[in-house]
Design a protein around this ligand. Structure first.
Ligand SMILES: Cc1cc2nc3c(=O)[nH]c(=O)nc-3n(C[C@H](O)[C@H](O)[C@H](O)COP(=O)(O)O)c2cc1C
Length: 325
């Protein structure tokens, strides 16, 4: 293997630290000596909760942005072609890498944020998130096609909370969905969500997430709490390119949040359930934007213990190196 291929391997390994729905890591990579290709891996698709592959492509978009952050931090200039082959829609991106960049302090800081990022589902503190921080995050996102809209209005917040409750109730009532979720929260050394990343069941007051065993009473309490802020990731269209943008934007906003000490937790259930996605689109966005993902944002306790990193598939399962590269 050439020294460039060794460094590219590192880029891909860091890209695979990206968040993905249920930690499915639904991606494959190939390096041909000049460029890395990113492909959707439908064998890892959540057939019940994500039949259209929305969360799958968003996850791959996050991995693409992670790859660009890793490339810059490791001294590569990257040029990206998104969806480069109309005849091959699973080929999501082709990234040419040239080992000629001198990483800036900003590149290094972002790479550090990538390494430290976790989905931390512990309950946020009640410290308010100043509106200007939210605006900064939203502006950070607007460089790509997806928009990030802070949902600060009381009416929108109430509607969102009601729709989240409806989505959770719909999913709890569907046995195939519960089964799919159980399969991805059962311990595996290479994927899924380990118990160590979920706040303990015996402290229900610390739980604000979909993996809680919910009684109808607990479900009614499982709202986004008042001091949490909610961000909506939206696009103008609802196709693969838009979803890829959302994933890149999610990663970009999440790493920025990490840098300023804010925690971000995606909330995708309201989008996964078609009637609540349509209601959100209509009631909150007046049919003028396609909501693709929600996330809650807030401050965690300062003196919390850090969460362990969730596992990833071995690189040999996800990366092909062309012979001679
Ligand atoms: C598209 C997408 C949807 C997600 N939806 C949720 C969700 O509804 N609830 C949740 O707690 N985490 C959600 N997550 C976070 C993943 O579970 C998390 O990224 C994965 O388990 C890997 O863990 P890590 O982020 O700590 O590396 C989502 C992530 C992505 C990319």
């Amino acid at each position: 293997m050439s020294t460039v291929a060794v460094d590219v391997t590192q880029v891909v390994e860091l890209a695979c630290r990206a968040p993905s729905v249920h930690n499915t890591q639904p991606w494959r990579w190939r390096f041909d000596g000049r460029a890395v290709e990113l492909r959707a891996d439908h064998a890892r698709q959540l057939r019940v909760s994500d039949p259209a592959g929305r969360n799958l492509v968003i996850s791959c978009g996050a991995a693409l942005h992670h790859a660009l952050v890793a490339a810059a931090g490791l001294g590569f200039t990257a040029s990206v072609a998104r969806l480069p082959d109309p005849g091959d829609p699973d080929l999501l991106a082709r990234v040419e890498l040239r080992p000629d960049r001198r990483p800036t302090p900003a590149d290094t800081s972002l790479l550090e944020a990538l390494r430290d990022r976790r989905t931390d589902r512990r309950r946020f503190t009640s410290w308010p998130v100043p509106e200007e921080q939210l605006v900064t995050l939203a502006e950070h996102a607007s460089r790509r096609g997806a928009r990030v809209l802070p949902l600060t209005g009381v009416t929108a917040r109430r509607t969102v909370e009601r729709l989240i409750d409806r989505a959770v109730a719909a999913q709890v009532a569907e046995p195939a969905l519960a089964e799919e979720q159980r399969a991805w929260t059962t311990a595996s050394p290479t994927g899924g969500i380990p118990a160590s990343s979920l706040p303990p069941q015996d402290h229900p007051e610390e739980r604000r997430d979909r993996f809680e065993r919910r009684t109808p009473r607990a479900m009614a309490d499982a709202r986004v709490v008042a001091s949490d802020q909610v961000l909506a990731f939206c696009t103008a269209r609802d196709d693969t390119a838009a979803r890829l943008d959302v994933g890149e934007t999610l990663s970009s906003v999440w790493l920025r949040a990490q840098q300023i000490g804010l925690s971000l937790v995606p909330l995708s259930q309201v989008i996964e359930v078609e009637p609540t996605r349509r209601a959100l689109r209509h009631d909150v966005f007046l049919d003028m934007a396609e909501p693709q993902l929600l996330a809650r944002v807030g401050w965690l306790e300062l003196h919390r213990h850090p969460l362990p990193a969730t596992p990833r598939r071995p690189l040999t399962d996800v990366l092909d190196l062309a012979p001679g590269s």
